[in-house]
Design a binder for this molecule. Sequence first.
Ligand SMILES: Cc1ncc(C[n+]2csc(CCOP(=O)(O)OP(=O)(O)O)c2C)c(N)n1
Ligand SMILES: [Mg+2]
Length: 316
Amino acid sequence: MPREDVLTESLSLYDRMFYDALRIRLVEERIVDLYPSDRIQSPVHLSIGEEAVAVGVCQPLREEDLLFASYRSHSYYLAKGGDLKEMFAELYGKATGVCGGKAGSMHLAAPEAGLMGSSAVVASTISHAVGAALAAGRLGKDQLTVAVFGDGATEQGVFHESLNFAALHRLPVVFVCENNQLAVHADLASRQAYRISDMPKVYGIQSVRMERGYDLTEVREAMAESVNSIRETGGPRFLEVVTYRYKEHVGPGEDHDAGYRSQGDLDRWQAHDPLITDGERVARFTPEITAEIDAAAAFAEDSPWPGSDALLSDVV
Ligand SMILES: Cc1ncc(C[n+]2csc(CCOP(=O)(O)OP(=O)(O)O)c2C)c(N)n1
Ligand SMILES: [Mg+2]
């Protein structure tokens, strides 16, 4: 059964969010399974462990609200309403992919769902989000924009320039820092002499730090508070959500023996992860989601490759 049909049944808000988070996890676990076959044509940065952030952040948004993400964006593509079949086809490099097979995993975009772009260049989409918010205001649109980025991105100059510009012009942007406490193989303590949630305050932006990024309800409520405040009084807001990535930085593997983090950290995080601990909901929702993933993978498999005529389209 497709997601839209399942979600129109009378599920509680929590069930719907759980369903979406589990769907992201199962999609990425399928990517892990498929990866050795070389069907997937691009590097993959998996969000396994971080799904609750994407779902909690996207739930209070309207379809017309815009979101800009990083290369770790399968979760936002799906939570914002991107089409699963077209996502698989994109990963396979097929013509039916959401970007015609040219973007791959790191540059997913689905403007019709409000996912405006994602990029391999750390922090680069933060300024794009701010620009989109400026444009929406000038065009008189009642639209909110979200910039999603990692903890490492806060070390880039463009992060500070974007906060300053958004504060100065009171733009309707929610800055969401997905703090998984890691940038490639470097932990936070070895990189930052500041607290992330203190930086927005320098620019007069109200910020909230959430410690339990595995808690769907807490993330949603924090995001809803920011969204409502912007809709009522304007101006940017900042949400830092602490989370944890289970897989290696890039690729489908595990790297807990690589020496930069410990198995204990993973175990502590997983002990709270509802996608692991709530076996009843996992069992209830897995069959529908698996059927949808099977259909999406088959669609990608059966789809044609782009023709040579596609080489020069969409490049200027
Ligand atoms: C401008 C730029 N500098 C460096 C890199 C190399 N790089 C890729 S991912 C990454 C770490 C980013 O960490 P974070 O923002 O915390 O995101 P996460 O991968 O943890 O989600 C770096 C330094 C890059 N892609 N772009
Ligand atoms: Mg990080």
